[in-house]
Design a protein around this ligand. Structure first.
Ligand code: SF4
Ligand code: SF4
Length: 475
């Protein structure tokens, strides 16, 4: 029986209705050369109010080169208007790769007997986080497999407490985002109380039948429980949630429509869309050969997806990891990505000691192996401001308060000075002399771009104080 599509429903199969996605794809295919419709959709997008999954799907289906270029130009403009030239930096921290699930695309799946299983003790975490602080990181995303015995919620909570407590030299982790398996409202409430930033959970695929095949065993097999996780997280008080699909598992047009429907659902039910969307693509790893998944997407399609996400949900941050190469990162940063990881280790305990090859505990192979200093330098050479800002979360600007700041157009008076001040901290405490030189001149040239004079003066004053050794200023 057909399920009714209802973005307000709390049932996965109603807010991600398969029928609605199929109708959307048919509508998009039928209209992919409909100039009049495409023009009207692009005109709507130019108003920066976002697009529905149907409208965005028509643009995704369109193959006309000149129109695609228009989408890219618009995405670039929206990126500039909303995010300026700032790129927020973060690093993943793998706590444990014990996992009871059977996800066929992930080397941590329970049946993989030749991967090294590791779980960080609290002492290991201190060492890892100290190493991350010594690079200059302020924002982490913690990752752990699902395993009620090895990685219970108490372990995650204790680890978060440990991470926030480590103060090494001028270092501090100021925001811990959490990427753990779907859980109960009660556990989400505990995570909220532990002071997490964003709760991130990738859907992997919105296609229920494929989802069930790709997750043959373990609690993650339950499509509805997984898909409804964000609603439980929000019920538990977490108002910043991060969505994502693993591109390559299913047909990308299907995933794209599903992703936007999920965003529309969160907005319809909770009044706040997703805080971030991540766009991982399937990668080679121990026991995983990406060529066995035949829905892989090329770099151009990937860029088009990133541009269209930017156009469709202008207020949602977009994240890209070191799964992608320097060249791909460069392209999609321009089109809309607002957060990137740098110098990531995707193995458990990888920041302190690089792993011997035979002891591989990594979740995927990293394509971008540069140090954080190199990434920061590279971004500045491209004209971007690497930002270590965590201010919103610490000022309580989460969920709808964050969104209203975005929508008021005041973000430039907040993000921009915060980016400059946190970059200054980075330059003082961690950068190589060459990076510092580039950074200092970037800060000087970017100061006049703070719109409000008062804010600019305060920022200048704070920059001087940072020079004198004081830390942690924010707007
Ligand atoms: S994707 Fe997550 S849940 Fe699945 S096997 Fe890997 S770690 Fe476990
Ligand atoms: S001020 Fe808020 S939105 Fe802007 S970069 Fe900082 S944390 Fe992000």
């Amino acid at each position: 029986m057909d399920r009714m599509y209802d973005p307000k429903s709390l049932k996965a199969e109603e807010f991600i209705s398969h029928e609605e996605i199929m109708d959307t794809l048919a509508y998009a295919e039928k209209n992919k050369d409909n100039r009049e419709l495409i023009d009207s959709i692009l005109q709507k997008a130019e108003k920066r109010k976002g697009l529905s999954h149907r409208e965005a799907s028509v643009l995704l289906a369109c193959e006309d080169e000149a129109t695609i270029q228009r989408m890219y130009d618009l995405a670039e403009q929206i990126k500039k208007d909303f995010y300026g030239n700032r790129i927020v930096m973060f690093a993943p921290l793998y706590l444990s790769n014990y996992c009871v699930n059977g996800c066929v695309y992930c080397p941590y799946h329970a049946k993989n007997k030749h991967i090294a299983r590791k779980k960080l003790t609290q002492e290991d975490i201190v060492r890892e986080v100290t190493a991350l602080q010594d690079m200059g990181h302020k924002r982490l995303a913690i990752e752990a497999g699902e395993d009620p015995v090895n990685n219970p919620i108490e372990y995650i909570l204790e680890s978060i407490k440990t991470i926030y407590s480590i103060k090494h030299k001028n270092g501090a982790i100021r925001r811990v985002n959490v990427n753990i398996a779907a859980t109960t409202v009660e556990n989400y409430r505990k995570l909220k109380e532990a002071g997490i930033g964003t709760y991130i959970l990738f859907q992997e695929t919105y296609h229920k039948e494929s989802y069930e095949k790709l997750h043959p065993t373990g609690p993650k097999h339950n499509y509805a429980y997984h898909t409804e996780a964000m609603d439980r997280a929000m019920e538990g008080g977490i108002d910043d949630v991060g969505l994502g699909v693993l591109f390559g598992l299913e047909l990308y047009k299907y995933e794209f429509a599903g992703l936007l429907m999920h965003a529309e659902h969160l907005e319809a039910v909770h009044g706040v869309g997703p805080h971030t969307i991540s766009v991982p693509r399937i990668k080679r790893a121990d026991d995983i050969d990406p060529s066995t998944f035949d829905n892989g997407i090329d770099d151009d399609t990937f860029a088009k997806i990133c541009a269209l996400i930017r156009i469709s949900v202008p207020y949602t941050g977009m994240i890209i990891s070191t799964r992608e190469s320097k060249a791909v990162r460069e392209k999609v940063i321009r089109l809309g990505v607002s957060q990137i990881s740098g110098a990531s280790r995707t193995s458990v305990g990888g920041y302190c000691e690089p792993e011997p090859e035979e002891d591989n505990s990594a979740q995927f192979d990293v394509s971008d192996n540069r140090t954080l200093d190199e990434v920061v330098h590279w971004l500045m050479d491209l004209g971007y401001i690497p930002s270590f800002c965590t201010a919103c979360y610490r000022e309580g600007r989460t969920g709808d308060r964050f969104m209203s700041l975005c929508k008021s157009g005041q973000i430039q008076n907040c993000c921009h000075p915060n980016a400059l001040m946190t970059l200054k901290e980075y330059l003082m405490d961690y950068a190589s002399p060459a990076t510092r030189q580039v950074g200092e001149s970037l800060i000087r040239s970017e100061l006049p771009n703070i719109p409000k004079e008062k804010v600019r003066q305060v920022c200048e004053d704070h920059l001087e104080k940072i020079e004198q050794g004081i830390r942690d200023f924010r707007f």
